[in-house]
Design a protein around this ligand. Structure first.
Ligand SMILES: CC(C)(COP(=O)(O)OP(=O)(O)OC[C@H]1O[C@@H](n2cnc3c(N)ncnc32)[C@H](O)[C@@H]1OP(=O)(O)O)[C@@H](O)C(=O)NCCC(=O)NCCS
Length: 156
């Protein structure tokens, strides 16, 4: 992902994340790659159209999926899985066996995606999202325990 992708991302942020969308400044700071800890990717459809983006932070032995989003009309075609694979491969390459993320308790599609990749729930941030009051579920994937190499889905 480069600065050229930011306008596409900013247009989708409030659509995909109405309660927690990131600002242009936030993306500029992320893409400045503080401490060399960030890895952001984008995915395009067959026509070269921007389809989605995702970002990882890797600090020490721990990595976090910071964001992942796919254009609504292109969801359910494997773009999310492709980007998650890329982030998990990057975490492995940086020596981070543990990858954490937060997901809304009511986000069934995202939770299914993460579970397919071997993430398991380890905690709850009560009423984290406001004003809805929806909980955030903290999930972790430990590549030493998941049985799946690098970014692969469990069982594949
Ligand atoms: C969560 C999100 C990133 C997943 O991206 P995606 O591209 O839709 O994910 P995938 O296509 O890889 O997988 C989603 C579903 O599509 C199915 N799928 C994947 N490839 C497919 C294909 N070629 N044909 C049909 N279905 C397919 C998967 O089996 C999966 O099914 P399920 O939801 O029943 O489990 C996306 O839905 C999104 O942007 N949501 C809004 C933002 C958001 O919630 N982000 C996560 C914050 S934690």
């Amino acid at each position: 992902m480069t600065a050229d992708d930011v306008p596409e991302v900013l247009a989708l942020e409030p659509v995909l994340f109405p309660e927690e969308f990131w600002s242009e400044e936030a993306y500029r700071e992320e893409l400045a790659d503080p401490g060399g800890t960030r890895h952001y990717v984008v995915v395009e459809d067959d026509d070269g159209r921007f389809a989605g983006w995702a970002g990882l932070a890797a600090v020490g032995a721990q990595a976090d999926v910071l964001t992942i989003g796919v254009r609504p009309e292109l969801q359910g075609r494997g773009f999310g899985a492709r980007m998650l694979t890329a982030l998990l491969d990057e975490a492995a390459a940086r020596g981070c066996p543990e990858v954490f993320l937060d997901v809304r308790a009511d986000n069934d599609r995202a939770r299914r995606l993460y579970e397919r990749f071997g993430f398991t729930p380890v905690g709850v941030r009560k009423r984290y999202y406001q004003p809805s009051g929806v909980d955030a579920i903290v999930m972790v994937r430990d590549s030493r325990r998941s049985g799946a190499p690098a970014g692969q889905e469990v069982g594949k």
